[in-house]
Ligand binder design. Structure first.
Ligand code: ISL
Length: 555
C-alpha cells in the first residue's frame, strides 16, 4: 500500500549540456551531442534526464541568464534538435525535465530591454529603484555572487535588483503580467510533452514590499526579505493551478535555506514533488560559508539526512544528491580521490541509492570524476572569478592565497568536460574545449570504466537495477542506527516483511562494527557492497575496510 509515483521510482541523470558532448567541434557541448549519447544513458539505466538551461542566452552564468525562454541557444542547436532529443528519450521510455529559471532573466531579455527603455507596458517587470549613480544603493542586500544586489542602469537612470550576477535582473513577481507571461511560457513547454521542471532558486521569487534593509549578521544580507518571501505560497498555488494541475509531471524546486520542517509545507500532492536543498552541502565548511574548506562532519551529515528522511516520510519525498553543476565533485569532497577513489565513489553511490527518495546522478559521477587544478586564467565560472577578485581585494596577497578554495569549491570542478575516453579532449570535442579538460581523463573515462567489470560505472548499474527490482529501496522506511558512531553511517530500511541494513564507512580507517543487535539470529545476505565480502551470521563483530559499504538483506 505504498503511494506509487513514477518519479519516486526514477533515477535522474543531470546533463550539463555545455560540457557533455560536442558534436560539431566548436568546443561547446550541444543537443545533437546529447542525442548521440542517449543509448549510453539507456544502458546505464537512468530514467529521467534533467537538462540544464539550453535557452537563448548571453551566457553570463552559463545559461541561467535567459534572453528568450522559447528558443534554443544556437551553440546548443535548434528547436528541431531539441524535439529530436525529446523523441529519442521518450522512445526509450526515458523522460525529460527542463530547467525553469524564473526568479530572474538576462538583461538581454526583451522584457528587460523594454523595461530599461521605459516602455510603459514593461515598466514594472523588474525591481527598479531611484538613486544617484555611485551613490548609495537602494538597500543593503547582498548578491549571491558577491557584492551588492543592486546595479545602476544608465539608460533608465535607476538601480535594478539582481540577487545573482548584474546580468541577471530579478523579475517582479508582484506584477500580475509577469506571472501571466511565466505561466504561459510554462504551459508552452508542457504542451511540447516535457515531463516536468527543475525550478531554479524558486523560493526567492517573492520579495518584501518596499525592499527594506536586511539585518547584517554575517550571512547573506537581506535574505529574510527574499528567501520564502511574503507571497511565496500564493505564487506557488497560482503556478500549480495555472500550469501543473492535472498533469502527471515531476517538479523539483531548488530552494535556498530551506530546512526539512519548512520543506513539508512545499512538498506534496499540490506542491512540489521534491526539493533540492543545501543543508548537507554545509557539512564540510565548518559553518564558514561555501568557500571555507573544513573536514567532513559526519555527525552533522547524519543529523541532516535523518531529519529530511523523517520529516518527509509519508506525505513528502526526498531528492537525493551529492553532486551537481554548482558543487565540487563528491568523490573529491566526501570521499578520497587518490588511493581510495574507486572504493569511496562506490561507497557514496551506495549511500545515495539506499536512502528514501529519488537519486540524482550528475554527469561523470558514474565514473568517479574528480576536482581539477585551477590556474587563475583557467577559471570560467562567474561566481569563482568574483570570489578571487574579492579575496585579492580583501585578504589574499596573490592567487596562491585563494587557490585552495577555488580548487576545493569552485563550480568549475563540476563543469570540466565529460570524460568519454583517453583520447584528445577526453573524447568530448574535436575542437578547443570552452573549459579545461581534467588531466586525469587518461585514467578516468567511460570507455575504460565500461571495459572493467569492477568499475564504478558497473557498480552504478548494479545499484540502479537493484533499486528498480526492489520496492524496499524506493519505499522502505528509514531508521538511523549507531547514531554516535564517528566513522560509520548505518541505517535500516523496512517495508512489510522486508528489511535492509546499510553500513557506510565514510573514512579510511578500519572500524569494528557490532551489528548483532540489529540482525538477531537472522541470516544476513550481502546484497551489494564495494569490496569482496560475505554475508551470513552477524553475531560476531565485523571489520570494515577503508570506505567500505555493505547492504545486507535481513528479510
Ligand atoms: O551554491 C551556490 C551558492 O554559492 C551558488 O553556486 C548557486 O548560485 C546557488 O546554488 C543557486 O543555484 C542556481 O541558481 C543560480 C545559478 O548560477 C546556478 O547554476 C543554479 O543552479 C542562478 O540562476
Amino acid at each position: 500500500d505504498v503511494d506509487r509515483e513514477w518519479w519516486k521510482e526514477a533515477v535522474v541523470y543531470q546533463v550539463y549540456p555545455r560540457s557533455f558532448n560536442d558534436s560539431d567541434g566548436d568546443g561547446i557541448g550541444d543537443i545533437p551531442g546529447i542525442v548521440e549519447k542517449v543509448d549510453y544513458l539507456d544502458e546505464l539505466g537512468v530514467d529521467v534526464v534533467w537538462l540544464n538551461p539550453v535557452y537563448e542566452s548571453p551566457m553570463a552564468d552559463n545559461g541561467y541568464d535567459i534572453a528568450d525562454y522559447q528558443s534554443i541557444h544556437p551553440e546548443f542547436g535548434t528547436m528541431d534538435d531539441w524535439e529530436r532529443l525529446l523523441e529519442e528519450l521518450h522512445d526509450r521510455d526515458m523522460r525529460l525535465i527542463m530547467d525553469l529559471v524564473v526568479n530572474h532573466t538576462s538583461d538581454e531579455h526583451e522584457w528587460f530591454v523594454n523595461s530599461r527603455e521605459g516602455d510603459e507596458r514593461y515598466d514594472d517587470y523588474y525591481h527598479w529603484h531611484e538613486g544617484e549613480k555611485d551613490g548609495e544603493t537602494p538597500n543593503n542586500w547582498d548578491s549571491f555572487f558577491g557584492g551588492s544586489a543592486w546595479s545602476y542602469d544608465d539608460e533608465r537612470g535607476e538601480y535594478y535588483l539582481h540577487l545573482f550576477d548584474e546580468k541577471q535582473p530579478d523579475l517582479n513577481w508582484r506584477n500580475e503580467d509577469v506571472r501571466d507571461e511565466v505561466f504561459e511560457m510554462m504551459n508552452w513547454w508542457l504542451e511540447k510533452g516535457i515531463d516536468g521542471f527543475r525550478m531554479d532558486v524558486v523560493n526567492l521569487i517573492s520579495k518584501t514590499d518596499g525592499l527594506p534593509d536586511g539585518e547584517e549578521n554575517g550571512g547573506l544580507t537581506g535574505e529574510e526579505h527574499f528567501v520564502d518571501g511574503p507571497n511565496i505560497e500564493q505564487y506557488f498555488e497560482e503556478m500549480y493551478e495555472r500550469t501543473l494541475d492535472g498533469r502527471d509531471v515531476m517538479t523539483v524546486g531548488e530552494m535556498i535555506n530551506v530546512d526539512a520542517e519548512r520543506a513539508t509545507e512545499y512538498v506534496g500532492p499540490e506542491g512540489f514533488s521534491m526539493l533540492i536543498h543545501f543543508e548537507h552541502m554545509g557539512v564540510d565548511t565548518g559553518d564558514g560559508g561555501k568557500w571555507n574548506v573544513d573536514d567532513l562532519d559526519l555527525g552533522e551529515l547524519k543529523r541532516i539526512i535523518t531529519d529530511w528522511q523523517e520529516q518527509l516520510a509519508g506525505d513528502g519525498w526526498n531528492c537525493l544528491y551529492l553532486s551537481n553543476h554548482d558543487q565540487p565533485r563528491a568523490v573529491s569532497r566526501f570521499g578520497d580521490d587518490g588511493e581510495y577513489r574507486r572504493e569511496s565513489a562506490k561507497m557514496l553511490a551506495t549511500f545515495l541509492f539506499t536512502l528514501q527518495g529519488t537519486p540524482f546522478v550528475f554527469q561523470g559521477q558514474e565514473i568517479g570524476m574528480t576536482n581539477a587544478d585551477w590556474e587563475r586564467e583557467e577559471i570560467r565560472d562567474v561566481e569563482a572569478a568574483n570570489h578571487v577578485d574579492i579575496a585579492l581585494d580583501e585578504w589574499a596577497d596573490s592567487y596562491e592565497g585563494v587557490r585552495h578554495q577555488i580548487e576545493a569549491r569552485s563550480r568549475d570542478n563540476a563543469r570540466t568536460p565529460m570524460q568519454w575516453s583517453a583520447e584528445k579532449n577526453a573524447g568530448f570535442s574535436e575542437g578547443e574545449p570552452w573549459i579545461k579538460v581534467n588531466e586525469r581523463h587518461d585514467e578516468i573515462n567511460v570507455e575504460a570504466a565500461r571495459a572493467d567489470e569492477t568499475s564504478i560505472w558497473h557498480y552504478y548499474r548494479e545499484l540502479i537495477d537493484l533499486r528498480e527490482d526492489r520496492d524496499i529501496f524506493v519505499y522502505g522506511d528509514y531508521e538511523l542506527l549507531l547514531s554516535d558512531h564517528s566513522e560509520v553511517f548505518a541505517y535500516r530500511r523496512t517495508l512489510g516483511d522486508g528489511e535492509l541494513l546499510v553500513v557506510c564507512n565514510f573514512f579510511d580507517g578500519e572500524p569494528e562494527l557490532d551489528l548483532s543487535e540489529f540482525a538477531g539470529d537472522r541470516e544476513a545476505d550481502l546484497l551489494v557492497g564495494n569490496y569482496d565480502a560475505e554475508g551470513g551470521d552477524l553475531a560476531e563483530p565485523i571489520r570494515l575496510r577503508p570506505y567500505e559499504a555493505r547492504v545486507y538483506d535481513l528479510s
